[in-house]
Structures are given as structure tokens and as C-alpha cells.
Design a binder for this molecule. Structure first.
Ligand SMILES: [Zn+2]
Length: 305
């Protein structure tokens, strides 16, 4: 059967929605979809459920606009896992079957669909063109845009030491503005409310770049030991390095919030070799996929740690 996800393209929001429907059609007993909110630009925020089990794992991508290759990666992995339940698959069939009976993965592959659309297709389809150019520091090239469509950084919006976030520009910007209050943006609010509505055992947030894994936020407890054990396994399968945060971490990120609020492990995974404030070149994709395809499985296997 032909694969649904075609990763060697600029993977758009529209393509993702189309592919979600195709995945549900092909794997109706395994995959379902839920709208968890709407972006500023009224795009549906899509969550995809994979699996039939009680234990829930949550994985998100593309909080940051230019990091849209994380969406491609998560969609591709969803298809690989669904496909693996066919006995003809070469990918860990027995393990995946068992895990998908015990667990459900919830994916939000694109937290920031307006921002991704701006980064991929430019400013022309947006009404507030002049403001976008101003927030983009006068540039007409939006490929490195990071924020949502009103210039707020969605991964600096969560209620975890939000007040003391460092290097905040104080005004709307293509990157780094934390907003005027936590969860002011509908995209981060939707993630926050969705996670609150579920009982999530473990979480991961995908970003780019740097081949790094953030696994700790301020904890000096039993949780830190458990998180580190999982982080070491993640480092082992991905080849990425573990980051030890400073004593005074900045805060406001999804992972910071999840760890501190739930006292459960969460990981921020930065795909691709460091490429600065740019989208990850498609040429890097094949190795990124190989490095990350075991990550959801590994998280699920460690869910009771
Ligand atoms: Zn990021």
C-alpha cells in the first residue's frame, strides 16, 4: 500500500488535515481525531489519537512556526506505528501491537498552524501585512518566523515561572515575546486545557534545532531520577545530547509547565544539527526520522517508571 505521508515536501497545514482524514480512513480502529481549539486565524487545532489503551502519552510539534519539520516527523511516525500493526510490517510489529492495546498516544503535530503557514507561504494571505512586516523587523522573508500570527511565542506562554522569563522583547515580535499574560493565545490555551482534560503519563514537545534533549526543570526529587533514566534512553536511541539546565532556568515552556505542574516526566526534543534561526533543510529529514522513530515507543514503555 502506498504511504499516506510524503515527507519530502514543505508540509503544510492543509496537507496535514488531508492526511489526518486519510489515516483515519485507513486505520479506523486505531486512529481518531479531535479539534481541541482554534488558532487566532480560526484554523482547527487538530489532535490525533493513536491506539486503544488506557495509558496516555502526549506528544506535540511546531509550537514554533519555522520548526514545521517536527509536524512532518510526527505525522510520519503516526503512520509507521499504525502500519506496524499489519503483520507484513518490518517495524517492531509485536511491540507496537502490544503498546497500542495498552496505551493511546495523543499527538498535536502542529500547535501553531497560522505561524507555520506564514513561515512557509509568506505574508500575502494575511490581513495585517504591515504589522507582520514590522514584527519581522522590516523583513519580507518570513521563513524564520517563530511566533504565532500575533507575534507571541507560544512556548513562552505556559504558567511555569512566566513572570521571570528571560530575554523577553516586551513587544510583539517574530520571536521570543511571552505575551502580556500567560495563556493569552488560543493555541497554547488549547494545549493547556487539552492536557488538563486528560490524564497524561508522559509528554514530549518537538522543536528544532540542535540535537538536544531537555529533560529537567528545577526538580531535585525522585522525579528527577525517573526523568533522567528515560532521558538517557532517549539520548541512546536518538544520539542527541542531554541538556542540564542552568540553576535559574527561564520557564514558560510546555515542558517546564508539564514537569512542574504534574510532577511527571516531559521532554523537549530538538531535532536536526544546529542550524540557527532557520527552518531545517528537507535533506536532513531521512536521518531525523531514523533517530526519532523509536521515541514514542520508548516513552510508552517507560510510562510507569
Ligand atoms: Zn522551538
Amino acid at each position: 500500500m502506498e504511504r499516506i505521508i510524503q515527507p519530502k515536501q514543505v508540509y503544510t497545514y492543509e496537507q496535514m488535515c488531508l492526511d489526518c482524514n486519510r489515516l483515519m480512513d485507513r486505520y479506523p480502529s486505531l486512529i481518531s481525531m479531535k479539534t481541541i481549539g482554534y488558532s487566532v486565524g480560526k484554523r482547527k487545532l487538530i489532535a490525533i489519537k493513536l491506539g486503544k489503551g488506557e495509558d496516555k502519552i502526549f506528544i506535540n510539534g511546531a509550537h514554533h512556526a519555522r520548526e514545521w519539520l517536527t509536524t512532518t516527523l510526527l505525522m510520519d511516525i503516526i503512520e509507521t506505528y499504525a502500519e506496524a500493526t499489519n503483520s507484513t510490517s518490518a517495524f517492531e510489529t509485536d511491540k507496537i501491537k502490544e503498546i497500542l492495546n495498552q496505551c493511546s498516544f495523543w499527538f498535536v503535530p502542529m500547535v501553531n498552524p497560522d505561524g507555520v503557514t506564514l513561515a512557509q507561504s509568506g505574508y500575502r494571505s494575511f490581513k495585517h501585512k504591515d504589522l507582520l512586516i514590522e514584527w519581522n523587523k522590516g523583513s519580507y522573508d518570513f521563513s524564520s518566523w517563530k511566533a504565532n500570527i500575533r507575534g507571541v511565542d507560544l512556548n513562552r506562554q505556559y504558567p511555569a515561572d512566566w513572570e521571570t522569563i528571560q530575554s523577553d522583547p516586551g513587544i510583539r515580535s517574530c520571536e521570543n515575546f511571552k505575551g502580556y499574560e500567560p495563556l493569552s493565545e488560543p493555541e497554547s490555551l488549547a494545549i493547556y486545557q487539552f492536557v488538563q482534560s486528560q490524564s497524561i503519563k508522559l509528554a514530549a514537545a518537538y522543536h528544532s534545532s540542535g540535537e538536544e534533549i531537555f529533560w529537567k526543570y528545577k526538580s531535585e526529587t525522585e522525579l528527577e531520577k525517573r526523568s533522567k533514566e528515560i532521558a538517557l534512553q532517549l539520548a541512546n536511541v536518538t544520539g542527541y545530547k542531554l541538556i542540564y539546565p542552568s540553576e535559574n532556568p527561564s520557564g514558560g515552556g510546555f515542558t517546564d509547565w508539564f514537569i512542574s505542574y504534574y510532577q511527571r516526566p516531559s521532554f523537549t526534543i530538538e531535532i536536526a544539527p544546529y542550524i540557527g534561526p532557520n527552518p531545517v533543510p528537507l535533506d536532513y529529514y531521512a536521518s531525523i526520522y531514523q533517530q526519532n522513530k523509536y521515541v514514542p515507543l520508548l516513552l510508552a514503555e517507560n510510562r510507569n517508571l
